[in-house]
Write a protein that binds this ligand. Structure first.
Ligand code: ZN
Length: 155
């Protein structure tokens, strides 16, 4: 089992959803791999609580992003180059990835919200109304008869 396999299973491990043999493999890898072990310990702090309905695929994506951030930070610098200042914390791909995850989560929420709004609107409106009566064409229009000075009634 390599880092990729382990990262895909970290969320399941956290929530106790792995089978015994699979859990054993993941734990053995974590014991020998500082990067995955760090991701695993950080996941415990940063994952939304299980009560929140965040799709598993989004949680796994977060785990991978966390891992890629750590791996990029651990990359040896090319010789002859100056070290980048420590204040640059997020590599650009990771930042873009985090933004993408945020967009996915927002879109997912918006889709649910829109679907509900449409359903509620339909319920409120009831069945579709019959079309309004067609307008009278201008050629058929006759002004109502109107007499400015009606003859007074004779006494
Ligand atoms: Zn690993």
């Amino acid at each position: 089992m390599d880092c990729e396999d382990v990262l895909d299973r970290l969320v399941a491990l956290e929530e106790g959803e792995l089978g015994p043999s699979e859990e054993e493999l993941v734990r053995r890898h974590l014991a020998g791999c500082p990067t995955c072990a760090t991701v695993s310990s950080r996941l415990g702090q940063s994952l939304p609580r299980p009560g929140l309905a965040v799709p598993l695929v989004v949680r796994n994506r977060l785990a991978r992003l966390e891992a890629s951030t750590l791996l990029a930070a651990a990359d040896p610098l090319p010789s002859g180059r100056r070290a980048r200042p420590a204040t640059v914390s997020l590599p650009v791909p990771a930042a873009v990835g985090y933004a993408a995850v945020l967009v996915v989560v927002l879109a997912w929420g918006m889709a649910n919200w829109r679907e509900r709004a449409v359903l509620e609107a339909r319920l409120a409106l009831g069945p579709p109304q019959a079309a309004a009566a067609p307008e009278i064409p201008a050629s058929d229009y006759r002004p109502a008869a109107w007499t400015p000075n009606p003859t007074p009634e004779s006494p």
